[in-house]
Ligand binder design. Structure first.
Ligand code: SF4
Length: 362
């Protein structure tokens, strides 16, 4: 299988691990940003191939995990409305809100549907003109162009029964928030290859030089990740802090211009709350005012009955996503928190760090 099997070749992976071991002379802590990379690291045991000097910590790159609880509560309130067909990616159904989850609403007769793309939600709106179709638009720069395209298409078709609950977030401001924290442990970043496929990596140069930290754009297969770590360790050992691109087969410096233009046309950059982390300035996308008719929060604002406070939780996902702790440090892991009965999103999301450890390293 071209471009997959080569990057899972055990001999190549071992050669990369050996090169890292021959290069490293002191302890270094690296953060992989993307939950997909976290899953690959734990699934293939890459962390066990590394020399003891290299510590990997897991970043905030799971879109389900960082969706704030107040938006989960809004999703639940919208999904409970009788006129609404609520569309979501499957992982969101089990994420706990302050009192219940979307799956509970579905079990009570709510019309909650799993879709695989926002265009499926547009099609549902077209096919159900007497219902309101709401799509829960989550994710990073990777999924934002598809959401923007759905809005563009709905506008072209004058679909007035389609709207979005928007929770899109941006990676570079989250990296800066992590690096600005006084207890930051991160000394090098593996940047998420798919985000950079859309956005390029020109945004990262300022971060690398401001925080004096190497950033390596990295893919998702075992050899990709080990090469990314090797490039990062080479920089750290030689005192450099640059942006390098390991994921050459997919990522260019400028990224995908048309996708970026689509995002800019439909969305504006706003402050955003991240679940477990808190508010990060200029870290989210919201619909521009000219697309307010597609904003579910505005459209249904008089019908949303929302809890006023966020409950206390023993979930330490914020500390995990800031790189302070790992899933096995959580006292609830595998005891009070399992995929069947999750206390936090990282245990149910397919990109969640706790789910990765539960699946592969329990
Ligand atoms: S194991 Fe569960 S409670 Fe602990 S951090 Fe992960 S999701 Fe949260």
């Amino acid at each position: 299988m071209k471009y997959v099997s080569e990057y899972r070749n055990p001999t190549l992976a071992q050669a990369c691990a050996d090169a890292i071991a021959q290069t490293v002379t002191q302890p270094w802590t690296l953060m992989e940003i993307c939950g997909g990379q976290t899953h690959a690291i734990v699934k293939y045991g890459l962390n066990q191939l590394l020399p003891p000097e290299v510590t990997l910590i897991h970043g905030p790159g799971c879109p389900v995990c960082v969706t704030p609880m107040h938006l989960i509560d809004r999703a639940i309130a919208l999904a409970a409305l009788p006129e609404v067909i609520f569309c979501s990616f499957g992982d969101m159904l089990r994420v706990p809100g302050s009192e219940k989850d979307l799956f509970w609403i579905k079990s009570q007769g709510g019309d909650v549907r799993i879709v695989y793309s926002p265009m499926e939600a547009v099609a549902l709106a077209r096919e159900n003109p007497d219902r309101e179709v709401v799509f829960f638009a989550i994710g990073f720069e990777t999924t934002a162009p598809a959401t923007a395209m759905a809005v563009y298409q709905a506008q072209q078709e004058n679909l007035q029964n389609f709207s979005l609950l928007v929770s899109h977030v941006l990676v570079p401001p989250a990296m800066e928030a992590i690096l600005s924290a006084p207890d930051c442990r991160v000394q090098g970043f593996l940047a998420a290859g798919h985000v950079c496929t859309v956005m390029g990596y020109h945004e990262y140069s300022a971060i690398a030089s401001r925080y004096k930290i190497p950033i390596v754009v990295t893919g998702f297969e075992p050899v990709d990740i080990l090469q990314g770590i090797y490039l990062c360790i080479q920089q750290l050992e030689s005192g450099r802090y640059e942006v390098e691109n390991q994921y050459l087969r997919s990522v260019s410096y400028q990224g995908n211009d048309r996708a970026q233009k689509l995002i800019q046309d439909i969305f504006e950059i706003v402050p955003r709350q991240w679940r477990g982390i808190g508010a990060i300035p200029q870290s989210g996308l919201a619909l521009k005012s000219k697309y307010a008719a597609f904003d579910a929060e505005q459209k249904f604002q008089n019908q949303l009955d929302l809890p006023t406070s966020t409950p206390e939780t023993e979930c330490i996902s914020g500390e995990i996503m800031r790189g302070q702790k790992k899933p096995l440090d959580c006292p609830a892991f595998g005891i009070r928190c399992t995929p069947e009965s999750p206390l936090g999103a990282p245990m149910v999301s397919s990109e969640g760090a706790c789910a990765a450890y539960y699946l592969y390293q329990k």
